[in-house]
Design a protein around this ligand. Structure first.
Ligand code: 4GM
Length: 248
């Protein structure tokens, strides 16, 4: 049977829409679009400039190096995207935003409004656009890129895989709930020996309960070792404490 979904709408505002072509059409993003789970609109900010030379940037007031994105075409693009999709939640990708987390992705994936992803280039966008139109400022990490586009792709892919009905979801994603906040345990596939390295015996045992405990223990140990910040935030169960003491 053909099923009809209400797609999650995402408008991407950028001066380089072509960056997204391969990303959107390939693999699981492409499948989500094909299946009607996602509706992605690429909006070229340059199409909205009132400047006769199609300029979208200008020198910074106060002087200094670099250019700033002009507010006029950005505002026009935001208005066009908002009107086309009937409202919208404007997210600006910037190193100055709040750090993107799995929790934020879940929030965006369940948003009842279209997402409008605003991508700056140059030194950024005129501050008044933030004041007037931006609902959220998001950063994908403490580093600087040439533009927000790659950060937008990160956000889109993270949201896409959380959408209900995204490729046999429900199992793999709901399975993440009780391990949320922990790092993954190590994964193995065939062959059982590779370059002299053997797959841990327990994974070949077929003993599901022991395998579950081993994986849980590996997740806990890895998190404590590699991400003490996450481990500190995590609420251990009684079983977790036993596993860590080596009693289970
Ligand atoms: C400065 C101001 C996002 C730079 C606004 C965008 C890194 C991220 C840009 C901007 C970016 C990030 C463009 N670099 N860490 N560069 O998420 O849009």
């Amino acid at each position: 049977m053909d099923v009809v979904y209400i797609p999650m709408k995402i408008a991407v505002l950028t001066i380089f829409p072509e960056i997204f072509d391969g990303f959107i059409s390939t693999s699981l993003m492409g499948k989500a679009v094909q299946d009607g789970l996602l509706d992605i609109q690429l909006v070229d900010i340059r199409n909205y400039t009132a400047d006769k030379h199609f300029k979208v940037d200008d020198v910074p007031y106060g002087g200094g190096a670099g250019m700033v994105m002009t507010p006029q075409p950005v505002e026009a693009a935001i208005k066009a995207a908002t009107e086309a999709s009937g409202g919208g939640y404007v997210i600006h990708l910037t190193p100055q935003g709040e750090l993107l987390t799995q929790k934020t992705l879940r929030e965006f994936a369940t948003m009842d409004k279209p997402l409008i992803l605003l991508n700056g280039r140059y030194e950024g966008i005129d501050e008044r656009i933030r004041e007037l139109y931006v609902h959220r400022e998001i950063s994908i990490g403490d580093y600087v890129l040439n533009g927000g586009e790659v950060a937008s792709m990160v956000l889109m892919e993270g949201v896409c895989r959380l959408l209900p009905n995204f490729m046999g979801n429900n199992e793999s994603i709901s399975d993440e709930s009780h391990t949320a906040g922990l790092l993954e345990y190590p994964h193995y596939t065939r062959p059982a020996e590779f370059n002299g390295l053997k797959v841990p015996e327990i994974l070949l045992s077929g003993h599901h309960e022991n395998i579950r405990k081993w994986r849980r223990k590996m997740s806990l140990l890895r998190t404590r070792e590699r991400r003490p910040d996450l481990f500190e935030q995590f609420s251990l169960t009684d079983e977790d404490r036993k596993l860590l003491k080596g009693l289970e």
